[in-house]
Design a protein around this ligand. Structure first.
Ligand code: NAP
Length: 339
């Protein structure tokens, strides 16, 4: 079909410029049409969609759970804190029944990085709904400090005394890295292996959304551990997206979001009682959870691939490769990092 269209364009080109323009226009429209995925809602209507949200006890995951429940979806919420999980289940049941829907909400306690938890979860979903259409992975942990301070090194101390890492400090930093890798990479890794075959075999239009971060593609000070572990899961899922073309993968890359995410920091320096926050208050300057959740749902519904929020971060990503010094300066300013 495409080859006959291209033949038409070359014939048009030999006739007149107007025909050439018309030919190009036709090819462009046809290409856009061919490249677009069929509308997902025709295969999975909103009120039939079976949605699993991993990391739904707080933050964006909890807001997404509310929104899917209100829309009439079958929703399974997952997290490790049992009391908060019970709360979100009750909230979702209330929203679901307000819309006239019954028996559509599940809550399963589980750690994404725990193989047995994920198998138990898959069995529960299979038993309740016989399959799954949408997997949303919002679970993740933060890490907020300059790496040397995680190892207890004061880089501002003058001279060689106290400026070298010792065994305890390095060990402490390794422990922080293990927790960050577990939360931000092993969790998504276990989830992918557990759920991709299940999704593929049970949904007419399978979809996976990974809530990553703009930090995964634009480096920032105080975020070396966080950014590198989020980047690892992003690359993992981007490669899986090529290995599993029948599943629509969506990668969300938001900037700072309001909420308590920083409380999950795994990299407090030795002896530090609470994480030191370097940037402006996320609850004053961050994206609203509602806005991020709405954007996630739209991206999943439309099978969008890579979504930056706000959209200008897409330019920042490109700018890093053409003018890295400028982006490094901007990152230092944002994170109030002087060195
Ligand atoms: N907040 C930001 O500024 C920001 C910016 C860009 C990207 N992001 C990304 O957005 C995602 C959500 O952030 P948020 O602001 O909504 O944070 P949040 O309120 O801390 O939510 C994280 C959720 O993940 C769950 N979780 C963490 N580790 C888990 C595990 N191993 N197994 C199961 N559940 C787990 C937590 O529940 P339990 O503790 O109960 O398990 C919680 O429900 C994160 O992946 C983060 O990297 C955040």
């Amino acid at each position: 079909m495409l080859s006959s269209m291209f033949t038409g364009v070359s014939q048009a080109a030999s006739n007149s410029p107007l025909s050439l323009a018309a030919g190009i226009f036709t090819v462009s429209l046809s290409t856009i049409y061919l490249l677009q995925r069929p509308c997902r809602t025709s295969k999975v209507p909103f009120t039939q969609e079976r949605v699993l949200i991993l990391g739904a006890t707080s933050g964006v995951g909890r807001t997404l759970a509310h929104k899917y429940a209100s829309r009439g979806a079958f929703v399974c919420v997952v997290g490790r804190r049992t009391a908060m999980l019970d709360e979100v289940v009750q909230e979702c049941k209330a929203l679901s029944s307000q819309g006239g829907f019954k028996e559509r909400i599940l809550g399963i306690r589980g750690d994404c990085a725990d193989v047995q938890d994920m198998l138990t979860l898959r069995d529960a979903v299979q038993g309740a709904w016989s399959g799954l259409d949408t997997v949303i992975l919002t679970a993740g942990v933060s890490a907020l400090q300059p790496l040397m301070s995680v190892a207890g090194i004061d880089m501002s101390a003058p001279g060689p005394v106290g400026s070298q890492a010792n065994a305890d400090g390095i060990q402490h930093a390794v422990k922080a890295a293990t927790a960050a890798v577990n939360g931000n990479f092993i969790g998504p890794y276990v989830v992918a292996i557990t759920f991709i075959p299940f999704l593929t075999r049970t949904s007419p239009s399978a979809s996976i959304m990974l809530l990553s971060s703009v930090a995964a593609v634009i480096p920032a000070p105080t975020r070396s551990l966080y950014a590198s572990t989020k980047s690892a899961s992003l690359l993992l899922y981007q490669a899986l997206s090529i290995e599993h073309p029948s599943v629509a993968f969506t990668f969300m890359l938001p900037g700072t979001i309001e909420g308590d995410f920083r409380a999950s920091a795994v990299d407090n320096p030795p002896g530090a009682p609470a994480p030191k926050i370097h940037e402006a208050d996320p609850n004053k300057h961050g994206l609203k959870r509602e806005v991020v959740a709405d954007r996630c749902m739209r991206a999943i519904d439309k099978a969008e691939k890579l979504v930056f929020t706000p959209v200008y971060f897409r330019v920042g990503h490109l700018l890093y490769w053409v003018w890295p010094r400028f982006m490094e300066w901007r990152a230092r300013v944002k994170y109030n990092f002087k060195h």
